[in-house]
Ligand binder design. Structure first.
Ligand code: TPP
Ligand code: SF4
Ligand code: MG
Length: 327
């Protein structure tokens, strides 16, 4: 697989201070560090209950060098929408509004607010750092937990028996301008996607895989290796979706069998070979589907309707002309 990790091109400015309260090797803290490098100081962060509520530090301290708004678990997207409106009313539309939530706060409890903000096409960047369980409260299963994984609510006598929810397709179904999968093991790719999101008006959704040493039961010095292996084994492919229809795969993985990825994490230690085969089948199937979506680029009908340049003429004359000529 092509490596795209050229650290020399990443700014050395840090907006996440040392002394934060994450566990050693926390993928979620590395994700925030990289995202803030991409967005810069003109950013306001909205943070629902999650591990990051602790990592950020207790009031009046903060490990972030940008303004931070702590809010209720299910409200990240609605609070971010309100912050956006308030900033716009003050003429501060050059400030990025970043809703930053865990998988529990995104896939489960915050999904209604997220769906509402997406449907309204709010001009915010919503980032889910996905550690595949409710880590802050003791590693309970979420709908992002993969099939077969151990958590404290899915013990090895009855591990998770449902597949991970497909949040990317759910967000794509809202036909928002931009969605992307990113990984802390591919910092250049991650930063490019966050910068791209900041340059687009409307709702942006980025889903970052963020290994958790405590919940995945892995040593703290292999976080990046695990995140890289997730991409290589196609558990977490790197791709973008524009306007809900155009799928772009960013990295062609080497299609490494899933065994190595699973064996790095003790949360999968109980799995018998037959179950590992089943997981491999699921991954092959999902990868096949993604390939079909990436090949079948739609006719850009949503791009035509919602691209801001088509709204320059308020009577939509340009849009009508486009449709008449090009269908
Ligand atoms: C309405 C509500 N229910 C439950 C909680 C307790 N709670 C706080 S953080 C959290 C887990 C968050 O999980 P996730 O969003 O995945 O973030 P992580 O902790 O994994 O980083 C829970 C259940 C809460 N604060 N508010
Ligand atoms: S429990 Fe996991 S997500 Fe939370 S701070 Fe520790 S490593 Fe990070
Ligand atoms: Mg989580």
């Amino acid at each position: 697989m092509k490596q795209i990790n050229d650290f020399s091109r990443i700014t050395k400015d840090e907006l996440l201070c040392s002394g934060h309260l994450a566990c050693p090797g926390c993928g979620g803290s590395l994700a925030m560090k990289l995202v803030l490098k991409a967005l810069g100081k003109k950013t306001m962060v909205v943070l629902p209950a999650c591990c990051w509520s602790v990592i950020a530090g207790p009031f009046p301290y903060s490990s972030l060098k940008v303004p931070l708004f702590h809010t209720a678990f299910e409200t990240a997207a609605s609070v971010a929408s309100g912050v956006r409106s308030s900033l716009n009313a003050q003429g501060k539309d050059d400030i990025n509004v970043l809703a930053w939530a865990g998988d529990g706060g995104t896939f489960d409890i915050g999904l209604q607010a997220l769906s509402g903000a997406a449907e309204r096409n709010e001009d915010i960047i919503y980032i889910c750092y996905d550690n595949e369980a409710y880590m802050n409260t003791g590693i309970q299963r979420s709908s992002a937990t993969p099939w077969g994984a151990w958590t404290t609510t899915t013990p090895i006598s009855h591990p998770k028996d449902r597949p991970k929810k497909d949040i990317m397709d759910i967000m794509a179904a809202h036909k928002i301008p931009y969605c992307a999968n990113a990984s802390v093991a591919f910092p250049e790719d991650l930063i490019r996607k966050v910068k791209k999101a900041a340059s687009i008006k409307g709702m942006k959704f980025i889903h970052i895989i963020a290994p958790c040493t405590a919940g995945w039961k892995e040593p703290s010095n292999i976080t990046i290796k695990v995140a890289r292996e997730a991409v290589a084994a196609r558990v977490f492919p790197l791709f973008e979706i524009e306007h809900g229809t155009d799928y772009i795969i960013n990295e062609m993985p080497a299609k490494i069998p899933i065994d190595k990825y699973l064996s790095m994490q003790a949360r999968f230690r109980h799995l018998k070979p037959i179950y590992i085969k089943y997981i491999q089948k699921l991954i092959d199937y999902e990868w096949g589907l993604l390939g079909v979506k990436a090949k079948n680029e739609m006719d850009n009908v949503y791009r035509k309707i919602f691209d801001p340049k088509h709204h320059v003429d308020k009577k939509h004359v340009k849009l009508e002309r486009d449709f008449e000529h090009n269908g």
